[in-house]
Design a binder for this molecule. Structure first.
Ligand SMILES: Nc1ncnc2c1ncn2[C@@H]1O[C@H](COP(=O)(O)OP(=O)(O)O)[C@@H](O)[C@H]1O
Ligand SMILES: [Mg+2]
Length: 235
């Protein structure tokens, strides 16, 4: 079977410079993610997880290195071109859900489509939103406001919003960090189920129990990637 490479990073570095200090957040990251994979990235606080996710998600650009997402070179894009590509290729799920309290569930999930140019028709938006809400088993709550839902339900809505634009990859940052263990397990089960249906996922977590649910586990240490096997041998 032919595979499609969704993510291809080569020798990515990220240096944060202030007047007095140079922080090497990422030191030569090589990363490939194939379509349909579920990859977890874990590592201690400060190892570069958020910096890597920001570059993967086209929220930030690397200091050096090349990054190709779904066949498009994203290494040297300006802010606007990055935003357009981000809307097309990336779905995000954050620890803090980041839903908009004033909007109901339907409108929260519709948001990425409404930022798209050309904007899809109202009918198209409704079909896509209700379809992803059904995937996360929340279609019956589409008129609720986020604060009328449990944390686990809010994260399922956030996952639906991440998926609505049919992204090349779903980037997930500590999805269970704000949830009790029952709701956390439910969200993790949902991610596993979505991956089984073909969604490509890259998740950052410091919880090894959840990292192990991914098909491939990567470990970051001090801005460098250690493959799981090498990591196990090193400790
Ligand atoms: N905007 C920034 N300016 C300066 N240093 C930063 C910035 N963001 C992150 N860093 C530094 O880069 C390193 C990696 O940070 P980060 O990617 O947030 O790690 P993690 O998410 O694994 O905790 C840390 O040393 C952090 O202090
Ligand atoms: Mg972080």
């Amino acid at each position: 079977m032919q595979t499609t490479t969704m993510i291809e990073m080569r020798n990515i570095t990220k240096i944060f410079r202030t007047e007095e200090l140079e922080t090497h957040a990422l030191r030569g990251i090589d990363l490939e993610i194939e379509a349909g994979e579920y990859v977890s990235i874990s590592g201690p606080s400060g190892c570069g997880k958020s910096s890597l996710l920001a570059i993967l998600g086209l929220l930030d650009s690397p200091t050096e290195g090349s990054y190709v997402i779904d066949g498009r070179d994203a290494s040297n894009l300006g802010v606007n071109a990055r935003a357009v590509l981000r809307n097309e290729k990336i779905g995000f799920v954050f620890q803090a859900f980041n839903l908009i309290d004033e909007l109901n569930v339907f409108d929260n999930v519709a948001l990425p489509l409404r930022y798209r140019t050309p904007t899809p028709s109202a009918k198209d938006i409704e079909r896509k939103v209700m379809s992803v809400l059904t995937d996360v088993d929340m279609a019956h709550r589409h008129k609720h406001k986020p604060n009328q839902l449990s944390g686990g339900q809010q994260q399922r809505i956030a996952i639906a919003r991440g998926l609505v634009g049919n992204p090349s990859i779903l980037l997930v940052d500590e999805p269970t960090g704000n949830l009790d263990s029952k709701n956390g397990d439910m969200v993790m089960d949902l991610l596993a189920q979505l991956n089984a249906q073909g969604t490509t996922i890259c998740m950052v977590t410091h919880d090894p129990r959840y990292g192990d649910m991914a098909g491939r586990q990567l470990h970051l240490l001090d801005g460098q990637m250690l493959e799981a096997v090498a990591f196990a041998g090193a400790v």
